[in-house]
Write a protein that binds this ligand. Structure first.
Ligand SMILES: NC(=O)c1ccc[n+]([C@@H]2O[C@H](COP(=O)([O-])OP(=O)(O)OC[C@H]3O[C@@H](n4cnc5c(N)ncnc54)[C@H](O)[C@@H]3O)[C@@H](O)[C@H]2O)c1
Length: 265
């Protein structure tokens, strides 16, 4: 359809073929965009992203999203490679140290919690602040981050990632104001269904929960592919007036009260 013809962007967070960012990168290029890929230097060692880079002809620029210096370098190199300011960016980054170390919610270590917030949420503010001060985005650009409904409702095993997502969504609203005023740039979060990926499967009881959400959602869980379609729509010129929103992409899960399919289980 060429929805992104001539557009330039950066995709964060493609780790392997299951990553939501991987599908978004593929679909953006399919729709005519030119992109750069980035991930934390440690993630590049796994090699998956190189495969993607070759497939879609996108350079890979390492950046730890918590490092202002790395973000500066990433934006400079992307603009120089792509030949102009950016039309879109996807923040697809999440990691909880306490979840990884299997700490109970009532026993969290606070230095780990700070690391979690820095990687999963504050990095989004850092990215936007660096872009804002460099004037790296084109007029009517679109910035997205991926979130989860645990920001609004309690999902006990999601632990401190719930607060990370609440912070992430709040940054989208607050920065969305400033970026709209400066450059008509829109900033939104997409609240995605549980999805089988490395980050997703790291949450305790993920498989059972995935099946529960599948039954609770009238359309079933939204896949990573469907999420990528939604991201493309949000990067396209068809959604120019949508900003400062948390957009549910969850097959209807967030609006359900009771599901007969669950009672039948
Ligand atoms: N999988 C799900 O069920 C689900 C549901 C809703 C939202 N999300 C969100 O979608 C996003 C993408 O996750 P995913 O499910 O595709 O898993 P994923 O594991 O494929 O992606 C997470 C990415 O974050 C990157 N990352 C971690 N620390 C980083 C750092 N310091 N700097 C730069 N990158 C770093 C990882 O290398 C990885 O590529 C996350 O924000 C996640 O919370 C996932």
């Amino acid at each position: 359809m060429g929805l992104l013809d001539g557009k330039k962007g950066i995709i964060f967070g493609a780790l392997d073929e299951k990553s939501i960012a991987w599908k978004v990168a593929e679909k953006c290029v399919e729709q005519g965009a030119k992109i750069t890929l980035t991930n934390a230097p440690v993630a590049l060692r796994f090699g998956g992203i190189q495969k993607l880079g070759e497939k879609i002809n996108a350079p890979i620029i390492p950046a730890d999203a918590t490092s202002l210096e790395d973000l500066e370098k990433l934006l400079d190199e992307s603009i120089s490679h792509l030949g102009g300011p950016l039309d879109f960016m996807l923040h697809s980054i999440g990691m909880s140290v306490n979840v990884r170390k299997k700490k109970a919610y009532t026993e969290l270590k606070y230095d780990w919690m700070q690391k979690t917030f820095d990687v999963s949420a504050i990095s989004f503010h850092k990215l936007m602040q660096v872009a804002y001060n460099k004037d790296a985005m084109a007029e009517w650009g679109s910035i997205l981050a991926l979130s989860y409904i645990a920001a609004q409702r309690t999902f006990p095993d999601y632990s401190e990632m719930a607060e990370s997502k609440a912070l992430l969504e709040s940054f989208a609203r607050s920065f969305g104001y400033h970026y709209a005023q400066k450059k008509n740039v829109r900033v939104n979060t997409i609240s995605q269904s549980p999805t089988v990926t490395t980050a997703g499967s790291g949450v305790k009881g993920f498989d059972e929960f995935f099946n529960y959400a599948e039954k609770m959602s009238p359309l079933g869980n939204a896949s990573a592919d469907a999420c990528a379609d939604y991201c493309v729509a949000m990067f396209s010129d068809l959604t120019k007036m949508v900003t400062m929103q948390n957009l549910y992409h969850d097959g209807g899960f967030s609006a359900m009260g009771m599901s007969p399919a669950i009672l039948d289980m």
